[in-house]
Design a protein around this ligand. Structure first.
Ligand SMILES: [Zn+2]
Length: 313
């Protein structure tokens, strides 16, 4: 049985969103230690606020201040906080209905242990020291025995309102590519490109997935393909990706390696972006320490006949 690979994989991207008038007021309010909700047509106060009535779909613009004190309506204990969560010690995730609101807000509640948290307990907002106009301006909630706080009478008009936020999205995986792709990756470290042939339809899949999606049978026979191939289709990338050290515009292509019945993706280099074309013959370029081709470049051969790759677009 060949060794199956495993590696940590992180998918991370910043999500930039603009805020409408309601979310803008809500987040700018947090920066100023003011909590705003909205009033629906039937008089309910929603916190956190929404732009449209969840029942009637009517647009809502009537901002209402509520207080930074409230009541826990339900909760769950978080034994092991993860990276990026509001607190780095164990805490409760709680739904808190702020005084004056009809709905509850999800946030962290700082408490010594689960025995110190109960539904109905009174809490208040602990504000972050540095506030920027984000939900994290509420550092967390904390237990509170005192008086119900009073609203300051704010109407939701602010100097320099926040109009957009960047929400980082991140997923951490342990990825196992499985038997077929482990063999594919191992072969790459010898600068060989190896696919698998379907015993039924005889198609060669590169990279191999371990089974033929058409026939539904396992693929076991390893077949070396390439290294040369044909550009079957391509796009010109004009947007520079963060953390990617490639100047735009550049070309990203589907490449059918010789002997493969599936095109893989790769960047095309060594040719001006506006001269790349369908049928262009290319070969991989490996950098010193790369375990996969850095990009593909033209071989100088005549272009492939469309008939030879029309099934591989
Ligand atoms: Zn098949």
């Amino acid at each position: 049985m060949p060794e199956v690979l495993k590696a940590p994989l992180t998918v991370e991207f910043p999500f930039t969103r603009s805020l409408g008038p309601v979310q803008s007021a809500f987040l700018t309010g947090l920066r100023e230690r003011v909590v705003l909700g909205v009033r629906t047509g039937d008089g309910r106060i929603l916190v956190p606020p929404v732009e449209y009535d969840p029942v009637t779909a009517e647009e809502i613009r009537d901002l209402v201040e509520v207080t930074p004190t409230g009541t826990v309506t339900t909760w769950a204990w978080n034994h092991a906080p993860r990276r990026g969560q509001p607190l780095d010690t164990p805490f409760a995730w709680a739904l808190v209905r702020l005084d004056g609101a009809d709905t509850a807000l999800l946030h962290a509640l700082d408490a010594p242990g689960p025995g110190d948290v109960h539904t109905g307990m009174r809490v208040r907002i602990r504000w972050a020291e540095q506030r920027t106009g984000a939900i994290t301006d509420i550092a967390c909630f904390e237990p509170y025995d005192g008086e119900r706080a009073q609203p300051t009478g704010h109407l939701g008009q602010f100097e320099e309102p926040i109009t957009g936020i960047v929400a980082p999205a991140r997923l951490d995986y342990t990825y196992s590519p499985g038997r077929a792709q482990s063999a594919y990756i191992k072969a790459l470290s010898d600068r060989r490109i190896v696919g698998e042939r379907c015993p039924s339809c005889r198609k060669v899949y590169v990279p191999p997935r371990g089974a033929c999606p058409t026939c539904g049978v396992a693929t076991g026979e390893q077949v070396e393909v390439g290294p040369r191939g044909t550009v079957t289709t391509f796009c010109i990338v004009n947007i520079k990706a963060k953390n990617l050290d490639i100047e735009v515009p550049y070309v990203y292509a589907h490449i059918a390696l010789d002997g493969a019945d599936l095109a893989l993706h790769g960047r095309i280099g060594g040719i001006p972006y506006d001269q790349v074309r369908m049928g262009l013959r290319v070969e991989p370029v490996w950098t010193e320490d790369s375990r996969y081709p850095d990009h593909y470049r033209p071989t100088g051969e005549p272009d492939a006949d469309y008939e030879t790759y029309k099934e591989l677009l």
